[in-house]
Design a protein around this ligand. Structure first.
Ligand code: 0R9
Length: 642
């Protein structure tokens, strides 16, 4: 058997120190040690396979969550090079797995134009954070293998047999002394792999979850790439034109864009840099938006659709109802912003802009029916914007005449420091009453809502200003809406939706979330929106402190724990809460409002695509997919009255 040379020199000692540093401060390398960081590890390994696909050598990546949470990722690329690396004097494969950042550095003429990967830290970090890692390589007819424990080599790369074909297989068990849990979320991984498959035309990615029978599995391969992505995003929406518009340009910064307009009022533009979702946007998005505005205005003017020479469609008019995916590949991306998901490279704006200027203008000239359909919608959006402006002025005037601009029903808190203040938006007057009495009035404000809420999915901005249900929310939050929304002006750091744990509660929660999602998106992006979680049950017994349970599992756990203390089930009184109104102020404070004991769920934008999908499905025009969804989820949602 061939065995690769091993010499521990200064380089190798540095290597071990490098990986020790990763284990000491894992968060610095993978963001966090929560389940999110755990998923990042899988993405890092998969991204190496994707890089090989982008270089044109790999067509398939298979991911398995094995029983006991071992992750297996296999690609059919060239296989990681096995020869001794001149600098480290050990095999290149071992170098990649033991030297921090080695993947990029040593892969100099690998044929990779750009590299994916969330933090670009690669295989060595995953290796350092795993109890064990096993890498098997098929190359030149040989089968090679190496093994590591906590980043340290325990079996150097050696030939263990013969092989047909080429490829790399990596299996690892994340270290449970580093990660909070090893419970991979199949749905999260599945969603990311679907996204990667959309972004990498023709690459087949499979995932199988073998932890529980029946095994869950999925296979993604999209010959249409971004076009398929946009079709997927729009699958429940009514389209303005049949096929997505697709433009691309190869070059120093390859750009690919797919666009399709729908009859909806929302704007959904997803941007990616090297396959990473740039949630905060950046220069590529700026370039795209600028060009879109220019091209449509130029077309409208030159075809006499805009008659008045001075009349201009604004960017927001042109983006109403748009679904677009913008994907760029940048050699040395600079990521900025709070979550490092905003592209900073200034040159990219111009590149995207001139590429879209050219190709979109040509497309519109060649497809006048599509151009007309889109522009008709843009013009009606411009009219609605004007109507909204008038409505807003009216509301502003009316409010400035009143002594206070705060809604009458709002019981405000005494502190004026947004960082410590919270507003509870409470369904129903009786729950509102309990909340008002039970709260800590120093920092907790209560805004009761009642009656039927406006479905913003089916209304334009002009209907929202002055709406008697939404206006109090807008005034209380205090930061405007839509393009006027200014997150620095919010009056409360936490906007908490407190609704019953029943179908009506779910209804009002969805309506409010749709509203925030569409009209105050930065509030969600900034992490200011929360859901209160009231208890579902109360267990009581004379002489015992009441015990509140928030889920059915919680209740079972409580029964078991109490049984161990010698308290049988039939000795306990069980109250099932149907609504917040059934709790007195003290109970509401203790279970749902006291920062020491309450459970708050932060609403995140991470799942914007999913949220948009569900909002559209549940709130939009298309009846059929909604019926399918409700039927599929009937066991969870008994009476969804939307
Ligand atoms: C299962 C996950 N896949 C990988 O981790 C993986 C890495 C990798 C790779 C190359 C091919 N396939 C891969 N799969 C590769 C091969 C060659 C050149 N560059 C890259 C070649 O055959 O010449 N590598 C990623 C980094 C490196 N290889 C390198 F640094 F070792 F070169």
């Amino acid at each position: 058997m061939e065995k690769f040379e091993h010499k521990y020199g200064a380089e190798q000692i540095q290597v071990l120190e490098g990986l020790e540093a990763v284990r000491k401060r894992p968060g610095m390398y993978i963001g966090s040690t929560s389940v999110r960081g755990l998923h990042h590890c899988v993405y890092e390994i998969v991204d190496n396979g994707v890089d090989e696909a982008l270089a044109g050598y790999c067509t398939e990546i298979n991911v398995i969550i094995e029983p006991n949470n071992v992750i297996s990722v296999e690609d059919n690329g060239r296989g990681i090079p096995v020869e001794i690396h001149p600098k480290t004097k050990i095999s290149t494969a071992e170098t990649v797995y033991t030297v921090l950042h080695a993947g990029g550095k040593f892969g100099g003429d690998s044929g990779y134009k750009v590299s994916g990967g969330l933090h670009g830290v690669g295989a060595s970090v995953v290796n350092a954070l795993s109890s064990w890692t096993e890498v098997t390589i098929r190359r030149d007819g040989h089968l090679y293998q190496m093994k590591f424990e906590k980043g340290k080599t325990v079996q150097k790369l050696e030939e263990i047999g013969e092989a047909t074909g080429t490829g790399t297989k990596v299996r690892f068990l994340a270290d449970d002394t580093i990660f909070e849990s090893l419970d991979y979320e199949y749905e999260v991984l599945e969603k990311r792999f679907r996204e990667i498959a959309f972004l990498t035309k023709g690459l087949k990615i499979t995932i199988e979850d073998q932890r529980e029978e029946p095994f869950k599995k999925a296979e993604f391969c999209f010959e249409g790439g971004l076009v398929s992505f946009v079709e997927y995003l729009n699958k429940n929406k009514e389209k303005l034109h049949k096929s997505p518009i697709y433009v691309e340009k190869d070059g120093e910064v390859p750009v690919e864009i797919a666009i399709q307009y729908t009859t909806s009022y929302s704007e959904n533009i997803y941007t990616f840099v090297n396959n990473i979702n740039t949630i905060e946007g950046g220069t590529h998005l700026e370039g795209f938006k600028r060009s879109l505005t220019k091209v449509f205005n130029d077309y409208a003017r030159s075809h006499n659709i805009l008659k008045d020479k001075d009349q201009n469609l604004q960017g927001e008019d042109i983006r109403e109802g748009i679904t677009a995916v913008v994907s760029v590949k940048v050699k040395e991306p600079q990521f900025e912003g709070q979550t490092k998901t905003k592209l900073g490279n200034s040159e990219v704006a111009g590149i995207v802009q001139s590429m879209v200027n050219e190709s979109l203008a040509t497309f519109l000239e060649e497809n006048p029916t599509v151009a007309k359909a889109i522009l008709e919608k843009c013009i009606s959006a411009a009219r609605a914007r004007e109507a909204a402006r008038k409505a807003r002025e009216l509301v502003r005037k009316k409010n400035s005449l009143e002594t206070s601009t705060l809604p009458g029903k709002l019981a405000d808190c005494s502190s004026k420091n947004p960082e410590e203040c919270e507003v509870y938006i409470v369904e129903g007057d009786s729950a509102g009453g309990s909340a008002k009495q039970g709260r800590d009035r120093k920092f907790q404000a209560i805004l009761p809502l009642w009656g039927k809420m406006l479905n913003v999915e089916k209304a334009r901005a002009d209907k929202i200003y002055g709406n008697d249900k939404l206006n109090p929310v807008i005034l209380a939050v205090g930061a405007g809406i839509g393009s006027d929304f200014d997150v620095t002006k919010i009056r409360y750091g936490k906007v908490i939706i407190m609704a019953d744990a029943d179908v009506d509660g779910a209804h009002i929660r969805t309506l409010l979330l749709t509203f925030f999602f569409r009209y105050m998106r930065p509030l969600i992006e900034n992490g200011n929106v929360y859901l209160a979680q009231p208890p579902l049950y109360k267990l009581s017994k004379k002489g015992m402190e009441d015990r509140y349970c928030y889920t059915d599992e919680d209740l079972e756990k409580a029964y078991k724990e109490l049984e161990e203390k010698g308290i049988a089930r039939d000795q306990l009184g069980l109250q099932r809460y149907k609504g917040l109104g059934e709790m007195n102020p003290e109970q509401l404070w203790e279970t749902t409002m006291n920062p020491e004991t309450r459970i708050l769920i932060k609403v995140t934008m991470e799942d914007a695509i999913k949220a948009d999908e569900i909002f559209t499905l549940l709130m939009g025009d298309e009846v059929e997919p909604r019926r399918d969804f409700i039927q599929a989820n009937a066991k969870y949602v008994k009476n969804l009255d939307i």
